[in-house]
Design a protein around this ligand. Structure first.
Ligand code: SAH
Ligand code: SF4
Length: 360
């Protein structure tokens, strides 16, 4: 049966107000509904018991409560990280991850596209190609998926990273609309300082984001200090090279006054030499104050391309060279690797579970 109902997460406050007015309902219901959808624990319209029965029925006829259905959830052996496989209305599947941290924060990782067009050599999502963009509601409903679970336990989503499937800045409008909903005080009320958008380096969109004057954190996936190596593992580098990406990052810092994170996936024998570390440090220093930059070193997770991780000593040497140049460098071992919830692994389980090819 075709279900053409628009998603409630896609309705602006104004649209909801108009709908309520047309149905003879008081305006304050809009606040109630929006609050329930962002910070409530309900799984369906029926559970909004603070609304009159008839209104619930009318809303259910008009709007879909959620655009995502849980297909499967896996918990990591670390006892904290959980990954949800969600089905969208057209049958596509996406994944989202919850990463609680010592009971004081609940970070979630969001997908913005089904697949990705950027085709990075080591990334499972990139291997899928781009199937389609997610709508704003499909991004926000990933947050709501975790939020309803956390709210039931007296907790809430505190941090959001756009590091799941897809390139967030390649789906700019929906990503930005979702950011605006996350920081909206009437909705999720999450500080923009607790949001991080990760990009493979789409220069015009980085500038566009800087001009929004939202102090969200930017993470730039660099992965190599020179164009030859970067183009080899990130085809997008042929469009915007290392210098252009670093210059855009510096403009972002100047405009937003946020520190920037450079993601650097370590690939044994490809980008992990002392020479590469020295070149990376020099590049960062040349493009701004090193203290404004943080380098996140990520030993590669199992994925396409047959890449392997450097030895631990090589990784440490790489980090030390950056630190000696005054740059904060951390080594991140992705959480939840046993459930393939690590970065760049967000396709593997999807295909195994769905059985069918993910391309449509
Ligand atoms: N598309 C955006 C955000 C999603 S990818 C981007 O590329 O920045 C999030 C991070 O996971 C990126 O830094 C990406 O390079 C990294 N990643 C992808 N595949 C990986 C792998 N196999 N091992 C470790 N990190 C990986
Ligand atoms: Fe896309 Fe990011 Fe994967 Fe590259 S690393 S293919 S940009 S999701």
């Amino acid at each position: 049966m075709a279900d053409d109902r628009p998603a409630i997460s896609d309705q602006s406050e104004q649209a909801l107000l108009s709908w309520l007015e047309a149905h003879g309902e008081p305006a304050y219901r809009a606040k109630q509904i929006r609050r329930s959808l962002a910070r409530g624990s309900a799984s369906s319209w029926e559970e909004l018991t603070n609304l009159p029965h008839a209104l619930r029925g009318a809303l259910a006829t008009e709007f879909r409560w959620s655009t995502v259905d849980l297909v499967a959830e896996e918990a990591s052996a670390d006892g904290e990280t959980r990954k949800a496989l969600l089905r969208l209305r057209d049958g596509s599947q996406i994944e989202t991850v919850l990463m609680p941290h010592h009971g004081d924060r609940n970070a979630i990782c969001l997908s913005t596209q089904v697949g990705c067009a950027m085709a990075c050599a080591f990334c499972a999502t990139g291997e899928m190609g781009l199937l389609r963009n997610l709508s704003t509601a499909e991004i926000i409903d990933q947050v709501r998926h975790w939020q309803k679970d956390l709210v039931r336990r007296g907790d809430r989503v505190s941090h959001v990273v756009y590091m799941g499937m897809g390139e967030p800045l390649h789906n700019y409008a929906a990503t930005l609309a979702s950011v605006r909903m996350l920081i909206d005080h009437e909705l999720f009320a999450i500080s923009p300082r607790r949001l991080t958008i990760s990009t493979s380096g789409l220069v015009p969109q980085i500038d566009r984001l800087a001009a929004e004057d939202l102090p969200v954190n930017l993470a730039v996936s660099l992965h190599a200090p020179d164009d030859a190596t970067r183009s080899l593992v990130m085809p997008v580098n042929k469009r915007w090279g290392v210098e252009a990406v670093l210059a855009a990052a510096a403009r972002y810092v100047a405009r937003t006054r946020r520190r920037i994170t450079f993601e650097y996936v370590l690939l044994r024998g490809v980008n992990d030499s002392a020479t590469a570390a020295t070149a990376l440090a020099a590049l960062i220093v040349a493009h701004g104050r090193p203290q404004d930059s943080h380098v996140n070193l990520i030993p590669v997770n199992a994925g396409p391309g047959g890449f392997t991780r450097p030895r631990i000593e090589t990784t440490e040497r790489f980090a030390q060279i950056l630190r000696d140049a005054g740059i904060v460098a951390t080594v991140r071992i992705s959480k939840g690797q046993d459930i393939a919830a690590g970065c760049g692994q967000l396709k593997v389980v999807n295909e195994r579970r769905s059985g069918a090819a993910a391309r449509v």
